[in-house]
Design a protein. Sequence first.
Lengths: 724, 558
Amino acid sequence: MEVELPTEYDVIVVGTGFVECIVAAASARVGKKVLHIDKNDYYGGQWASFSLQGMEEWIEASEQQEKANETVHDVAKGERTLLTCNPMRAHTNIKRTWHIKKESEMAPAGKTSLSELRSQDETGGVSAEGSTKEPVADNDVSVDAKIPSRQESETTSTCIDLLSEMKSQDEKGDIPSGEDTKEPVPVNDESVEATVPPSEPTDKACTKEMEEVESHTEAVEVVESNAMGSIKEENSNNVPTDESKEIRCWSQESLLKQSRRFNLDLAPKLLFSRGPLVELLISSNVARYAEFKCITRVLTWVASGEDIGELVVVPCSRSDVFTTSNVSLVEKRLLMKLLEFCHNFDQHLEELEEYDNKTFIEFLKARKQTPNLIHFVTESIAMVDGNVSCKEGLEKTKLFLTSLGRYGTTPFLFSMYGCGELPQAFCRLCAVFEGTYVLRRSVSSIVLNADNACSGIISEGVCFKCSHLVMDTMYAPHQYIPVSNASTSKSISRGIFIIDRSILPNKTEQLTLLRVPVQGRNLKPVTVIEVGIGAGICPKDLYCVHMTCEGSDAEEDLRVVAERLFAVEETSVGPRVLWSLYFNQLDLSNTDTMEGVPENIHLCSGPDASLDYDTAISQAHSLFTRMFPEEQFLPRAPDPEEIVFDNAGAEPKEGDNFGSEECPKQNEERGSVDNANTTHNEEAESANYSDKEDTKNTNSGTQRNVSESEDITTTNEFNDTVAS
Amino acid sequence: MHGRLKIKTTAEQAAEKEKEREEKRKVYLGGLNKVFSKRSSETYDEEGLKITAQLLTANPDAATLWNFRREILLNMKGEDEEAWTKLLMGELTMVEHCLMKNPKSYGAWHHRCWTMKTFPTPPWAAELDLCNKYLKLDERNFHCWDYRRFITAGSEKRPEDELKISKELIERNMSNYSAWHYRSKLLPLVCPPLPNTPHPVPVDVLIKELKTVVEAVFTDPSDQSPWFFLRWLINREEKSPRLLKIGLIENEKNNFVCTYSQKVCQGYAPTITVNDEEQMNLLWFSPNGETYSNVWATKLVLPANESTKIEILRNSSDRKTIIIPAGATHLVEWVTGLEVGGEELSDLTRSTLEEVKENCVTLDELDPDNKWVLLTLVDILWALDARNYLEKIKQYLAQLQSLDPLRSSYYSDMKSKLAMETTIAHERGAAESGVVFKLSESNLTRITSSHLLACYTMVDLSSNRLTSIKPLSNLLACKELILNNNNIYDLSALSGLSALEKLHLANNWLCCQDQLKCLQGLTALVYLDISSNPVCEVAGTEAALSEILPSVQTLKVT
């Protein structure tokens, strides 16, 4: 049902990227009337997080070059229009690869290969779960997968694994499970021999297995019948609770089946615990809408000469330095002394005068730091090139150190369920203060008046008036921003990898930051973030690795690091890549706009290559100050108990939408509810909010439990801080 | 528009808060009155439990309410064990609510202990989890540490597991002094030291622990927690007293003196045979008549004009024989070494200490002027070879005095102790030992090891900074005592030195005649020098003193 939107606003925000969301929230917070609009059906724009399926759809969408040839809208006399651009242009060189097979492609297992797998299993290698052939014919859930032949040969793994999820805890690792009474007879007789379980299941585990087979079959049917590839929410019983250390075999289908357990970031970033974003979240009370996990370790790659080197944990906190075995006794003291000095370096400026014109490395050497320590300090703590000025190195080190220990033993926080949650947190604040949200609505052009000021926008034939227009740079008319292509503009190379074990396994799950220095064949420092189920990013036993560096050819830029971190060949140790995605993203954060941009159009850049959100925060702040110089930027939002509703208890009216466009990516049942072009106010907002919570609790029940038992203090503490 | 948002003003909120507080106050006081009337009427019922629970959750420090609660519970206890257990489980939950309110409430922790003790079969395991939780919230909550010890004792949890936990806590935060301390208590239980070794734990464990703690001190040498642990580790102490020295001294009649490394009681005195004849009914006495003393003496009648064999027997393995030549009146012999445990350092201990020393020297270079580094160096050098490192140790102590002026006297005392110990050790090796002990002009502020001076006939501690001479009561054999140029004013320690003939007290702090009265019992005293004391300025002192001390023939007042 269509609702007439009001057509006049103080601020119209186009695009739901992070900067836009902050500005929208800040404007609504001080009482401005805000319309926030996005052509996508998800929040976040270039900052979004997707389920695996959602990411596949994003890839597909970005390949379709939309033609924006909308009919020209009549405008008042003296006014003219400028066409907006497709924001998808930000991303180029998109290359997604499945490194595992579809079930339909999987060769039935022969006896030879099975026994090979068994022997591998005995030595702690890959284990066979059973091998049956699924008769899934046109189950095409993947977009044109440009799998190079190399990968094809790589994935000659013979086991499939729709059934692998059914393995019961009671079973020993070397007995292949797989109940196939309902399945077609496998093609290969030998494999029947190998896989047929005891003919009469006697124990409970087997019975349960049978039931699960049934539910699985249903699930498969759904997949088949749904052209869009939507997959029903999985029965949580099917989630393997197996504690064994076996490495599962995955198929494309089994991964997609767990699609909603993935939250893959387009722009993964971390928060410094005392950085501007954390302070803003606290001071604005937006933190109530966000949850975080501490990064639990900082890794670096120590290599020398031809030696391929190894990953080591960087000692950054005092207890790390105490317990680490990676530095010698004397180094411990030297490192602690240095860190203590850096933490308060501005109180010892007189000692630093002699280093005014010297590099950070020279300073470190003068402080008797060993090469080992210099590596740790420059590459992982300051995260700079050693040849930067001493002052810059010290400042970066101090930034790291001051954030230590606030919430955890590293200085960093990662947003639970992906970084795409952060823009949404600000959207919620905006909505509570009566901001209007419209997704899936494109903006065809902007309207300029005779004085070259923006008077509004045209969206789907309707003209909306505004005093200020805030806009994602990528939407902006090409007259305003000189976007060419990745090779000439500044660009970021990104890689996303789903892998089957951690890059450095540990007995408890870790959230990892690794900065791979320029070394040997690696020509650019690459930021690597590894997150898993603990942060609500992946299903159990899987990890997601994000790589980011500056560059114009993602696959080439990240190749060396990927080869080092992951098992390239079937036989090599290390995590196997199941799915990978490379893309480049234009970085316009330092690009000046062209002349002639109206004063009241405010362009927001997408994510930059840096690790944190500092650029975005300062951009949002300065945009807001430019728009409303008299107003306070995001004063503390009231807690629920401080809020009274003028007509509390009012019945929701027809047209109030309680649907879930609030977080469309959670709503995978697309097409069932057409939630485009609807508005919602604060009541709908709060309803949605609780919806969302519910969704998450069911969606990721196991994830939540894990996080609660493991690291709930982080989020609690955070909330406490906010509450106080 | 509906549901318009309005934010309450601060004034509105403050008013609401005040109203809430008022309500709470009313409810609390009402509950309190009700409970007290119940208690005075000895009504022990469910309602009483309920109200006290509410009141205590709001204010867990009300001891009277806890007492009343226990009275109710004990009155409600019936034959049904299951019901009783259930009731007590409820107590644990209730106490936990109180602890959330105040994790350091004496009353709540006490009630928890009481509940656990009252249980027919206490749920120990769950309580350890509670301890873990509270120690995570506040790692130095001593209530919780106490409770943890109570639980581990009750549950008979293996100290090995607790040791592991102490390590985890230390690794999480090396400033957790409580965890280090806990570790020092657990280690000797898990790895008991060999008997007759002075180390707190076996040497292999010691080396392993040292490695960890040295890493801690290198990480942060200014944190005192690991230093305490380190000093505990390298400290050596005697587990049982040893007989150090025996001697025959001439004091009125022959006195036989035994000197022990620790204070012992009378019963510890050995059996003595003289010419293979066991001496029965020996009357052992300590200087000043203390029950526990390092020095025990007894009168021994020896045959005249012939050499005598005296055998000292403590137990079958511990015997010592000395031959006293005819007519000898003074003879002293060492029984065991002065070193801790009576033995030289083993090679392993020595190399371990050397390593710690090297580490500390390195640390001193990296972080000069760190108190803990210097103090530990003093300890180690002292243990390794105090004589050889004397100057170095003195230098460190002087450095410590300037770094840590608040404890300057403590370091002075250490210097005194060092001087005393090295002089005694030196004396021991000297040929003419056991007669004259001289340690003057050494800035002594304190007298240590005085029991080892018991057999000297002349002791010279002049020109020091002594104020207290209490330990000198051990000088049973002393005939001449030189204490000139000190700050002494209290002579009571000398009152039992019946052998004393000459006493030099020139230039001290004696200021009135009464202070000299305690010398009255010294019948052998013939020479007393109290010149340059304030008391000399007092008119009539000389006359008064000749009256008080008639035996004194030479009295030097000026």
